[in-house]
Design a binder for this molecule. Structure first.
Ligand code: PXG
Length: 464
């Protein structure tokens, strides 16, 4: 068998890939016809594909490469840790130095009262942990009927059976018999698409109060927790109105409901603070972390819990855990990632320098005739494409038609910008410089111009 290297012709790599590799969230037949783009290397914010094309990665991989690609320090730490202790578990009253050091570092960085972490290999696993954790917590506290978890339509919390059930993606629920029992949903705080005649602040309150109504409907004695992303990521970078989070916090406090902030995307500097909970003044009882924790260099995630939750859980044996909970190589890589982020004052730089710079340029894209709104929080941002600027109108064409067209132009213009339906989203590496932001905006503008011209020519600028 041939060794697979970067030096095989692209078509050969694509053919092998199509024959043997099932891709996530992909129709394999379509991909086989088109051929997957083969990424061979990356440095800083730039990817290189098998044709030698250099592409600006406006998505930090999958919202995770906060520190940028090609950091030798992380490679060195991984190699050192593999030589010293490549694996040991954290079950059965054992531990190891990388897990000890990382948990201490996380307690230092996380909001005040979150001082313990249960490790997982990613965000889906961590949210599965959360389901069992909050239900066990209430049982231990003598309130075993508190078992229902409330989430939101169009939330993304992962792809395993449990975490996809926590999520509110209807296309995911439609496959595999989801959701599992005991999860309820309220509507998302998506003013642009669903706000109607209300102003954003009224709408934010209205959507938050759906939580209170849902708790009343279910009975407070039956509700364990509410879970939400501070800013919805995969749902389309939906930044809630300012009125939303304070009201959610009030409701969770008033009704003895645990608040789980899913910070898998918003954590580790993405919104301009270490955690989105700081940006939006949320006081979570549990925080899901992954992605930026290791900048994607190693698969690791976890659930950070408050002192109160930790204390209750310490009273029982939690029959839960993963082979790779606190994996020493992943933990060592995460620790080095956080060390570099602190040493280089990356979060402060985002807050003070690059996020304000990106914000000014991004919001100017709101003037484009193809764009109905431009929103940004730190280093995550979205554009709503529209056929009718004033009216916040969707297109008559099936959702995603125009977004896909725009994303294709971005690819052609050497920029990775995702589409979620007809919203365009970016979340670049946090190390992106001002001049790289200029390049990103230049390519995004060109792509919008081209997609807009094509939409006009194809007669697609029609409201539905
Ligand atoms: N919570 C949130 C908020 C996420 O964004 C997960 C949990 C699950 O994490 P893992 O590590 O198990 O993937 C995520 C993941 C997309 C996309 O299309 C987003 C994610 C994953 C895959 C695709 O934007 N986010």
């Amino acid at each position: 068998m041939n060794k697979i290297t970067n030096h095989l012709p692209t078509e050969e790599l694509q053919a092998i890939d199509a024959a043997h590799h099932m891709h996530p969230f992909t129709a394999g037949g379509q991909l086989a016809l088109r051929g997957a783009r083969v990424i061979t290397a990356a440095k800083g914010v730039t990817l290189t594909d098998s044709e030698g094309t250099e592409i600006l990665d406006g998505m930090a991989g999958l919202w995770c490469v906060n520190i940028g690609y090609g950091r030798e320090e992380l490679a060195d730490v991984a190699a050192r840790q593999m030589r010293e202790l490549p694996y040991y578990n954290t079950f059965f009253m054992t531990t190891h130095v990388p897990a000890i050091a990382l948990s201490q570092k996380l307690a230092e960085l996380a909001p005040d009262n979150l001082n313990q972490v249960f490790f997982a290999a990613g965000g889906s696993e961590a949210n599965d942990t959360n389901i069992r954790l909050v239900r066990t917590y209430w049982t231990e506290k003598g309130k075993p009927s508190k078992q229902v978890i409330i989430s939101r339509h169009n939330a993304y919390h992962g792809s395993s059976v449990g975490s996809a059930s926590l999520g509110g993606m209807s296309a995911m629920h439609a496959q595999g018999g989801l959701p599992i029992p005991g999860i309820e949903y309220i509507d998302q705080p998506h003013w642009y698409a669903e706000g109607g005649e209300m102003n954003p602040q009224e709408f934010g309150l209205e959507r938050a109060r759906q939580l209170e109504a849902k708790i009343a409907e279910l009975g407070e004695e039956n509700v364990a927790a509410f879970i939400a992303e501070p800013v919805q990521g995969a749902g389309g970078v939906i930044i809630p109105p300012e009125s939303y989070w304070p009201e959610i916090q009030r409701i969770c406090d008033a009704h003895e409901i645990l608040l789980i902030a899913d910070e898998v995307i918003t954590g580790f500097g993405r919104t301009g603070n270490w955690f989105g909970s700081e940006t939006f003044a949320i006081r979570p009882d549990i925080m899901t972390i992954a992605k930026g924790l290791s900048s994607g260099y190693a698969p690791i995630g976890g659930s950070m819990v408050s002192d109160e939750v930790a204390e209750v859980m310490a009273g029982c044996e939690f029959n839960h855990g993963y082979t790779y909970s606190g994996h020493p190589v992943a933990a060592a890589v995460a620790l080095e990632n956080l060390r570099i982020m602190q040493e280089e004052k990356l979060v402060e730089k985002v807050q003070d320098v690059t996020a304000p710079y990106l914000k000014q340029k991004w919001e100017a894209l709101g003037d484009h005739p193809f764009v109905g709104e431009a929103r940004i929080s730190g280093m995550m941002a979205s554009l709503a494409l529209t056929p009718d600027k004033g009216a916040r109108a969707p297109f008559a064409a099936p959702s995603g038609t125009l977004g896909y067209m725009c994303r294709d132009r971005c690819f052609a213009n050497k920029l990775i910008m995702r589409h979620v339906g007809d919203r365009m989203v970016i979340a670049p590496p946090l190390v992106i410089t001002k001049s790289e932001i200029d390049t990103l905006i230049e390519r995004a503008t060109r792509s919008l111009d081209e997609a807009y011209a094509q939409a006009v020519a194809d007669g697609l600028m029609v409201a539905g």
